[in-house]
Design a protein around this ligand. Sequence first.
Ligand code: NI
Length: 186
Amino acid sequence: MPTQPIVRLGHPALRTPLEAVDGERLSDPEIRRALDDLVATLREAGSDGLAAPQLGLELQIFAYEVAEGDGRVAGAIPLRVVINPMITPHGHEQVADWEGCLSIPELRGLVPRHGEVRVRGLDPDGNRLDYVAEGLEARIVQHEYDHLNGVVFLDRMRDLRSLAYEAEWRRYLRDAGEEPEPTALG
Ligand code: NI
């Protein structure tokens, strides 16, 4: 399966709010290829999630997955591919945690996110998705959803003073007992 280069901050696709994918087009070869590239590149990059604009594709699609044994979640977060997502907060809890982004390499920052979100959209077969994500999954979903609206995690930080290079973050800021190390969210 081919993988595609990940575009970085400055590429217009990362700052362009996208039109929804026409549900009738899900079987088009162009869309199927985009879906395959997204999943293959997500796995190759070893991140938690990836959104289509990060491949320079102006499609409202993101994918995420956390493998069994990762240690940050009980069990695993199975692969989800979500098309035309709509995200709404579920409850009022806000949680701050560290995020990184494949399109903003080597940086980490503290980002407040909703603790739980309701996710609606379509799966690659055109079936309706409607589920609640919490914890790490909720954070991944919000990070990836933002990519579809031209928003990156830097925009969500309340205080840019927590921004750090990964090496320094690992050395000075990360909780000493924290295992395993968080990865880039996507
Ligand atoms: Ni990202």
